[in-house]
Ligand binder design. Structure first.
Ligand SMILES: [Zn+2]
Length: 291
């Protein structure tokens, strides 16, 4: 065989993962080599700022309408991801959102992995995972907790998911926003190892949904917001009338809820007592969006 000869690249057909995975085996064994969760997501919590922060992240869709705030938020999360997982990765892969058929570039999750890639030498393998149907969010169709939750979630997450098999090898950082049972991570990690030849998978979630008033085995799990310096990402307080910068503002009526400032500015008027003087006259969405 001449030295210039290369084997022709064989395009293998995509693999439907519901046929390829053994649900019982994935229940018993997590194929992720390491896992980490950055913080907690408390459903319906009024006071949990970190829950509002991850909700704000997910709501920045498409990202072009939320710059520069989504870029600052991605920067914040990417620093925490790298602090936890390191930089020794070849690939950064993300889990598809429930409304996505393929990884859409204008989603906040894509902006986040782009930033992680930019800060490491890793790259994102394109178009590896895709789905054939859009479906309702997982929490609306399956129980969140309980002994059968993981099995139900594995079946749900795999039902219409495909991988394009391609030997890429190396180490992968797998990123998802909010974890429930970890089922998606198990399926993606299994598929990366089985059909892409990936050696090691580090799975990281921005937050985990909390149950049982925190007695769910996850411990305290508090997001480190110490590096959250941007004013637009600061915590403010929202009541029926306005958003407040001062949590103890005398104008607050009833119970105020924690919120991320740029989300509050978009949806509420500034409080005349504590927010107007400290706010710019122009709202953030009136500034150029190309920053
Ligand atoms: Zn106020």
């Amino acid at each position: 065989m001449p030295s210039w000869y290369r084997m022709p690249v064989m395009n293998k057909p995509p693999i439907p993962l519901h046929n390829a995975i053994d649900i019982a085996a994935l229940c018993r064994m997590d194929p992720c080599d390491e896992s980490a969760v950055l913080g907690s997501f408390w459903l319906k919590s009024r006071k949990s700022f970190e829950s509002k922060l991850v909700k704000a992240f997910k709501s920045c869709n498409p990202v072009g309408a939320y710059r520069p705030h989504i870029s600052l938020l991605c920067q914040f999360y990417s620093e925490l991801i790298i602090a936890r997982a390191g930089t020794e990765f070849d690939w950064v892969v993300r889990v598809l959102g429930s409304q996505e058929m393929r990884a859409e570039p204008d989603r906040p999750q894509s902006a986040l992995i782009d930033m992680v890639c930019a800060r490491t030498s890793a790259v994102s393998p394109s178009e590896m995972f895709y789905r054939i149907g859009v479906r309702p969010p997982m929490r609306s169709v399956a129980r969140l907790a309980g002994p059968d939750a993981l099995k139900a979630r594995l079946q749900y997450a795999a039902q219409d998911l495909f991988i394009r098999p391609k030997q890429i090898g190396g180490r992968a950082l797998l990123i998802d926003d909010i974890a429930n049972t970890g089922a998606s991570m198990r399926i993606y990690a299994f598929a990366l190892k089985e059909f892409a030849g990936v050696d090691r998978v580090f799975a990281i979630n921005l937050a985990a949904t909390r149950f049982l008033a925190g007695k769910d085995g996850r411990g305290l799990l508090k997001l480190d917001t110490g590096s959250l310096a941007a004013e637009s990402l600061a915590e403010v307080w929202v009541d029926d009338r306005a958003f407040h910068i001062d949590q103890n503002c005398p104008a607050i009526t009833g119970k105020a809820a924690s919120e991320v400032r740029f989300v509050a500015e978009r949806n509420h008027h500034p409080c005349p007592t504590c927010a107007v003087q400290k706010s710019s006259k122009r709202r953030w969405w009136q500034f150029g969006r190309t920053i």
